[in-house]
Write a protein that binds this ligand. Structure first.
Ligand SMILES: [Zn+2]
Length: 682
């Protein structure tokens, strides 16, 4: 560990990771030393001759594993945002070791005895609410990890956990490789008819970068639908792009096959849940969420279906009519939906992506849209600095100041897609806020915005504008955190609550005051014309049926996989998905699920197994909170401060729904969600 930059807290401001000193050789030794030290610390707590107290047990545990936390937070961001073969190899090697390490803590009997004693006597301990919650959550973590099982059962638990961690790591690795494998190389520029010149230039650069000089590379993204489908005039090229996306990960043409991983993961998760006394993994995974049970989730999801189908039927009719006018007599296919949908949008709302895009220049959107909104709501300010090292030249760093001028922490922005980055967008923390550890937050937002061609401004889609606001919503959840314990910081809330602050911020992107401030033409400097702005806002309601249905389809596939018991009969994955869609009346071939299982990373390598419903569940709160604020005067500091006080600053210190009710003064109303999605009007 000599000269290993992780051995001590970074000396940079806010303990920002020192990427100038960190190299790939540092991770493995730092991880192993980090685990060794944490086990020593845990042993000391477990064998403490003093009777257990909140301080010598629960608080002491909050302080353990500093080195491990440091290396883990940097490593997990790099393996998602900027990985390479070496890091992937380390990740696979470490996955089972980390699973075993976690079990060594949570299945430590002496330690659990202390936690249990404290838990059983918690009412007499005089704890403040956050400490009480920490004790209860800690106890629950032990129980859910199997602390109360027999030795034999615990042994099996360990085997399962190690295997699951290797499988999920492999799944993620495959994902990156299959996106590369399935990218489409096009020989002839004529086949790209409809794509904008800057997109064609980017495709040409991307092909050259992979050794296909003079050709064009069409990459696929993480979802089934691919954004480029809106503009490709050649129907056969559209079909090829869509099929490359939808049929990845099934071993086609001897390619990567994620199906064996899925079968084994689903079975192991069910077995694990069974050991813990649950009928299936979904019951286990949803119990600590605000939803509470799979039935509540299914009721909510299926309740949306009737309104939804009415909407998709109407959309489908419009799109089919447009296709007929274009002379295509074939059935509506998924690779037609986006394309003709875009034409309908143009006609109905008189909106052309190409007309709007010049008003959405990345830097303007960030500074005058996202940061501006954060300033109006919370009084916080972002200021770029160039002195801190980054892990990739695209990454930018900002100081974040509170309304009183004090510094809250740091914000890293990593926005452009590249081969070393996985798909999607997310927020991560290099350092969590905690008064106990005297640490301030260091937060990163990662997106996958197509990089502009050399020397061109980054003009971004409205989808990406929304994603910038979304991820900043997670960002301020981390940055404005004001808690004692690191395990309660920022986004340490139930999974079906965590997407509430992010989805909530999305709606400011189309708030007239905000939109007017950032939607400035990148060449003329002119504000977006009011009439165009009105049309942008109106057009947002279009295709919401499709968006909701593809999402629900994926959420229900997730639920059905995880409602299976460990002894369920083996199924063919494609057949299984088809049966799920038929069961819920979502089997419209033109509207495929947002993710099919072989590339559904949220549930097979991310933390959203049996939790993919969380997005729409959280959106109920987001839509309700936004409408509440609008009633209260909209974009004001009073509103922002109230939201910050009750939600953003509180992290996981209290029951999530209690916090919400205090903020709102009552329960959320689901109608706001339906209106937000345009599924009901009025
Ligand atoms: Zn999110």
């Amino acid at each position: 560990m000599k000269n290993n930059p992780f051995s001590e807290p970074s000396s940079l401001p806010f303990e920002a990771p020192d990427f100038n000193r960190i190299n790939d050789d540092h991770f493995l030794p730092a991880y192993r030393e980090g685990m060794r030290i944490e086990m020593e610390e845990i042993e000391q707590i477990a064998t403490n001759p003093e009777p257990p107290t909140f301080e010598n047990t629960i608080l002491a545990m909050e302080r353990t594993g500093e080195l491990l936390t440091r290396v883990r937070r940097v490593f997990s961001n790099l393996t998602s945002a900027h990985t390479n073969d070496r890091l992937q190899k380390i990740q696979s090697e470490l996955a089972p070791e980390l699973a075993a390490h976690s079990d060594n803590i949570l299945l430590n009997n002496a330690l659990f005895d202390r936690v249990k004693t404290l838990y059983e006597n918690r009412e007499e301990a005089g704890l403040d609410p956050a400490s009480m919650k920490l004790l209860e959550d800690t106890h629950r973590n032990f129980v859910r990890a199997g602390a109360e099982l027999t030795d034999d059962q615990q042994l099996r638990m360990r085997q399962i956990n190690e295997r699951i961690s290797s499988l999920t790591t492999k799944f993620q690795e495959n994902l990156l490789a299959m996106n590369r494998e399935r990218a489409l190389v096009i020989d002839d520029e004529a086949l790209l008819d409809g794509m904008s010149p800057d997109r064609i230039a980017s495709a040409r650069e991307a092909a050259a970068a992979r050794g296909h000089e003079g050709k064009y590379l069409l990459s696929i993204t993480n979802t089934t639908r691919v954004p480029i489908l809106t503009s490709l005039n050649n129907r056969d090229v559209r079909r090829q792009v869509w099929e490359a996306s939808a049929y990845r990960g099934i071993g086609q043409d001897g390619g990567i096959d994620n199906q064996p991983i899925i079968h084994e993961l689903v079975r192991l998760r069910a077995e694990r849940a069974n050991l813990l006394g649950y009928p299936n993994f979904a019951a286990f995974a949803i119990e600590p969420q605000t939803a509470g049970s799979p039935d509540n989730v299914l009721n909510m999801l299926t309740g949306l279906i009737p309104d939804l189908l009415a909407n998709t039927a109407a959309e489908s009719a419009l799109i089919t009519a447009m296709m007929r006018r274009d002379g295509v007599q074939d059935d509506l296919k998924p690779w037609d939906w986006e394309y003709y949908g875009e034409k309908v949008r143009k006609e109905q709302y008189d909106i052309d992506e190409a007309e709007v895009r010049p008003y959405f220049e990345l830097n303007r959107v960030l500074e005058d849209g996202v940061f501006y909104t954060m300033n109006r709501l919370y009084g916080i300010r972002f200021e770029e600095r160039h002195d801190l090292p980054v892990y990739q030249p695209d990454v930018r760093v900002f100081n974040v100041y509170d309304h009183d001028g004090s510094q809250l922490g740091l914000f890293y922005a990593d926005y452009f897609s590249r081969d070393s980055k996985r798909g999607g967008a997310w927020m991560n923390s290099f350092v969590l806020q905690s008064h106990l550890l005297e640490q301030k937050p260091v937060i990163v937002n990662v997106l996958n915005i197509p990089p502009p061609a050399e020397g061109e401004p980054a003009l971004i889609s409205f989808d990406n504008v929304t994603t910038l606001f979304h991820e900043m919503g997670h960002g301020v959840h981390g940055l404005l955190s004001d808690v004692n314990y690191p395990s309660q910081a920022g986004t340490s809330v139930p999974r079906d609550f965590v997407e509430f602050p992010s989805t909530f911020e999305e709606d400011w992107a189309i708030h007239p005051e905000v939109l007017r401030n950032y939607a400035i033409h990148h060449e003329t400097g002119e504000q977006i014309p009011q009439q165009l702005l009105d049309r942008v806002i109106a057009a947002r309601g279009f295709n919401q049926g499709f968006d909701t249905q593809e999402y629900l389809a994926a959420a229900l596939i997730d639920m059905e996989w995880h409602l299976r018991g460990p002894d369920a009969d083996p199924v063919d994955i494609e057949t299984f998905e088809m049966q799920v869609l038929e069961k819920y009346g979502l089997d419209n071939p033109a509207i495929p699920p947002r993710y099919k299982s072989p590339y559904f990373s949220h549930i097979f390598s991310g933390g959203y197994s049996a939790n993919y419903y969380a997005y729409i569940w959280s959106e109920i709160l987001a839509a309700d909170a936004f409408s509440f604020m609008r009633e209260q005067g909209g974009l004001t500091r009073e509103n922002g401060d109230r939201y910050r006080r009750y939600i953003l600053s509180r992290g996981g210190t209290r029951d999530a729904m209690e916090l919400y009710r205090e903020f709102r003064g009552g329960d959320p109303d689901v109608t706001h969600l339906l209106r937000r999605r345009g599924l009901v009007t009025g």
